[in-house]
Write a protein that binds this ligand. Structure first.
Ligand code: YXS
Length: 259
């Protein structure tokens, strides 16, 4: 099965997540397919990318594939993790990536949407960041994506509560650029893509890269890095981390004991 279908319309590449049976989870094969589409669009020198799910999707993406999360003793979101690779590829893609969102967005898929350059959502869309619900120690570049895609108060609310926020509120908060009725969502995104594609692609690409570099320009001391690595290891070595993953697989509520 093709996990991602692609289409080219003029200077715009459209990549559609195509695994509804597993709610478009960002498994390693899915991430590889998305990245392959981004690379193919770049080879064709397309000027804008639209990343979407199929029309009418109830779930845009259920996030990281929980079955790929290591049960213990290994960083679940290390540098080579598929989700981390996807985020970096979206960020370095020379063409702006528009996240065209229908359905609910979960966990690492929230970060994926926030890593996109522009977000256009249907009114019923929700975003839920779920590390705390699974006992997962999110990673610091992921936290920076969340912070850059929202603001400190909202990043904390989403991360600490793991509760969904709706599209209208997300637009008020600047997480979403536009909320558009589902039946005009594609036309709206393609029109915006056309506006961008009509401009100088080298100018657009360099401004995207400048903003990426500026957004990531945060000093961190070696001690700070080692402190974060140590704290995260305590979490992914914890019983709560194991409990979160097992509860998901056993389709039950987790019971966290803080150890
Ligand atoms: O059990 P079967 O084989 O039928 O497969 C089911 C689900 O297990 C599977 N599935 C997933 N498999 C692995 N990883 C996932 N994230 C995942 N989500 C779903 O897909 C099949 C259909 O799911 P089902 O029956 O629950 O569909 P539904 O329509 O009733 O509900 C859709 C959702 C999305 C509301 C529900 O599947 C759900 O709550 N999924 C988990 C969403 C979530 O917590 N994602 C976070 C994943 S962890 C992650 O992204 C980061 C590591 S972090 O946590 O740090 O942010």
């Amino acid at each position: 099965m093709t996990l991602v279908t692609t289409e080219v319309r003029g200077d715009v590449g459209i990549a559609t997540l195509n695994n509804p049976e597993r709610r478009n989870v960002l498994s390693q094969p899915m991430v590889q397919a998305i990245v392959a589409a981004l690379h193919d669009f770049a080879r064709q020198r397309l000027r804008v990318v639209v990343l979407r799910a199929a029309a009418g999707s109830k779930v845009w993406s259920a996030g990281h594939d929980v079955h790929e999360l290591p049960e213990q003793g290994r960083d679940p979101l290390g540098w080579d993790d598929p989700l981390r690779h996807l985020i970096r590829e979206i960020e370095i893609c020379p063409a702006p990536v528009i996240a065209m969102v229908e359905g609910s967005v979960w966990g690492g898929a929230c970060e994926t949407v926030m890593a996109c350059d522009l977000v256009v959502a249907a009114p019923t869309v929700t975003f839920a960041l779920t590390p705390a619900r699974l006992g997962v120690p999110y990673n610091i570049s992921g936290m920076l994506t969340l912070l850059n895609g929202s603001n400190m108060r909202i990043a904390k609310e989403m991360a600490f509560t793991a509760k969904p926020i709706g599209a209208e509120r997300a637009e008020r908060l600047g997480i979403v650029n536009h909320v558009v009725p589902a039946d005009t969502l594609e036309a709206f995104c393609l029109a915006m893509a056309g506006d961008i594609a009509a401009n100088a692609p080298l100018s657009v690409a360099v401004m995207k890269e400048q903003l990426r570099i500026l957004a990531g320009a945060h000093p961190m001391t070696p001690q700070g890095f080692e402190r974060v690595a140590g704290l995260r290891r305590l979490v992914y070595d914890s019983a709560d981390y194991r409990e979160g993953i097992r509860a998901f697989k056993e389709k039950r509520e987790p019971v966290f004991r803080g150890e």
